[in-house]
Design a protein around this ligand. Sequence first.
Ligand code: SAH
Ligand code: MG
Length: 208
Amino acid sequence: MPCPLAPLGIDINSVKGFLSANEGEALYRAAAQASTVGPVLEVGSYCGKSTLYLAAACKAHNNLVYAVDHHRGSEEHQPGELFHDPSLFDSDAQQVDSFKHFRRNLQTAGLSDYTVAIVASSSLAAQRWQTPLGMLFIDGGHSLKGALEDYRSWVCHLRRGGLLAIHDLFEHAEEGGQAPIAIYRLALASGLFEAVDRCDSLGILRRL
Ligand code: SAH
Ligand code: MG
């Protein structure tokens, strides 16, 4: 079933972000499936593009998405870097601030009631986390240290039968950074996961 975002009154193409429509649909399907297992947690929300797909599935299946992001941007979003967006720069604070955009987009789509925003770094949010998860979507910082930290902080909370989705998987360094695929391979090598779906640069694994 395709993700019903259009009737929710938001034009997904107008939302800033880094997810293709096909990847968004694959995330939606995964979250819909995982909803019987437990709630969804995403690391890296930015302006909420991926969150919208996850929250739409949560709305349809009586579930919740925890959206973890400090909203200060990754390395590549900082001034002078390749993916810096001046419209997300708070000149008073002299820092990137994607939270305003995130909140507005979720509100416009009427999906705020299915989304718990956690404005904190991934490692801080994980410190006292206890809730078992049905789905984990990792799309935060793309340094190897950051990706490994996200993997180690959150994967232990994923229930058996739950889904692990990782964005920005590139086989070769010429296509893109190698940290996300490093944790994807780590998950497979652990023997705890099987690959269940692949769409553009999004990979989905099931916790055995
Ligand atoms: N999923 C989004 C894109 C996320 S971009 C989409 O669909 O468009 C990566 C995001 O990760 C940025 O917003 C950045 O602020 C966040 N991020 C990077 N490192 C983080 C960390 N250590 N803790 C929390 N958020 C982090
Ligand atoms: Mg990404």
